[in-house]
Design a protein around this ligand. Structure first.
Ligand SMILES: [Zn+2]
Ligand SMILES: [Zn+2]
Length: 128
């Protein structure tokens, strides 16, 4: 009986890994799933299975968040929060992320050194 409780404990401790990572990545569903998977495997084979399964779920959560978010998001140059690639205004700090090229008037990234439309070199002083 004690070995079962011990195994459950090990599975639970290992399962907390995915839960914490899932909470950090705002993917609690997968984290909770990992927790129960580790709890169950902990019951069956202790750390032999719970450890690797814990790792698999953490990997899944990290991998999923990478593919989900990094494609459509970028970092705001002002507040470093994640925002949509197409965003013209940061939803976190409300600062504009695009500016108008002084030569052709097209919208370009606030960080752009060269206008992608007319190839005009944007000087740092024209940022403000
Ligand atoms: Zn921002
Ligand atoms: Zn231009």
């Amino acid at each position: 009986m004690e070995s079962i409780i011990g195994a459950l404990l090990i599975g639970g401790i290992c399962g907390l890994g995915p839960v914490i990572v899932g909470a950090l990545k705002k993917r609690m569903g997968l984290g909770i799933g990992g927790f129960f998977a580790c709890l169950l495997s902990g019951l069956i084979l202790g750390i032999l299975l719970a450890g690797p399964i814990c790792g698999v779920f953490i990997w899944l959560i990290i991998k999923k968040s990478d593919t989900d978010e990094s494609i459509n998001t970028k970092q705001c140059p002002y507040c470093a929060e994640k925002i949509l690639v197409d965003a013209k205004l940061c939803k976190h700090c409300n600062r504009e992320l695009i500016k108008k090229c002084p030569i052709c008037g097209e919208e370009i990234s606030i960080k752009a050194k060269v206008c992608k439309h007319c190839k005009h070199q944007i000087s740092e002083s024209s940022n403000l």
